[in-house]
Design a protein around this ligand. Structure first.
Ligand code: XMP
Ligand code: MG
Length: 184
């Protein structure tokens, strides 16, 4: 579909779907379906987490509700500065709720640590994080992530929600880009 832009498939569609099922099972064990805090609230970070968010919600055997947030970090397009701006905030108050942040990828961890601080100031009953992908640098920052799908090498990846210049989000797998895409 994108010619030979994709240099290699890092994680196949089958591997992603199997992992989503495993994560859903682990997550469901932590939240009783009749919790006094109400349904688990999934907070998806736009746009990268969209497919992970919808697949995870459908795989979870407990009732969930969905909210979305869009943030942008100042800095170059391929690295994050830790200075974050809210482009779209949550629609609802999260005080007293069990909240699970659903992330596509953690690289430096700066975006996520800012987001955790921001959301915890709104007094949720609990606040945890699930990320589909994690890069090696994330291990150097001390942001607590309850669930990680795949640890991947420090390469720029696209697909399953992740983009390069807004393209490739619609691929059902995670792949690396051919360098000619950056240089053209
Ligand atoms: P930090 O460094 O704050 O950055 O953890 C997380 C955000 O950076 C973006 N990001 C990527 N996006 N392919 C992408 O399409 C990648 O390989 C990649 N690495 C980082 C992403 O927006 C993520 O939320
Ligand atoms: Mg992006």
């Amino acid at each position: 579909m994108y010619g030979d832009d994709i240099a290699s498939v890092l994680i196949t569609e089958e591997q992603i779907q199997a992992k989503v099922g495993e994560l859903a099972e682990l997550i469901a064990k932590r939240y009783p379906s009749d919790a006094p805090e109400g349904d688990l609230l999934l907070v998806g970070v736009l746009k990268g987490a969209i497919f992970f968010m919808t697949d995870l919600a459908q795989a979870l055997p407990i009732p969930t509700q969905m909210e979305f947030m869009a943030v942008s970090s100042y800095g170059s397009s391929t690295s994050s500065s830790g200075v974050v701006r809210i482009l779209k905030d949550l629609d609802k108050d999260i005080a007293g709720r069990n909240v699970l942040i659903v992330e596509d990828i953690i690289d430096s961890g700066l975006t996520l640590s800012w987001l955790k601080r921001n959301l915890s100031s709104r007094n949720p009953a609990s606040l945890e994080v699930v990320t589909l992908l994690r890069k090696p640098d994330a291990l150097r920052t001390h942001v607590d992530v309850a669930h990680v799908g795949f640890d991947i090498p420090d390469e720029f990846v696209v697909g399953y929600g992740l983009d390069y210049a807004e393209r490739y989000r619609d691929l059902p797998y995670i792949g690396t880009l051919d360098p000619k895409v950056y240089s053209s």
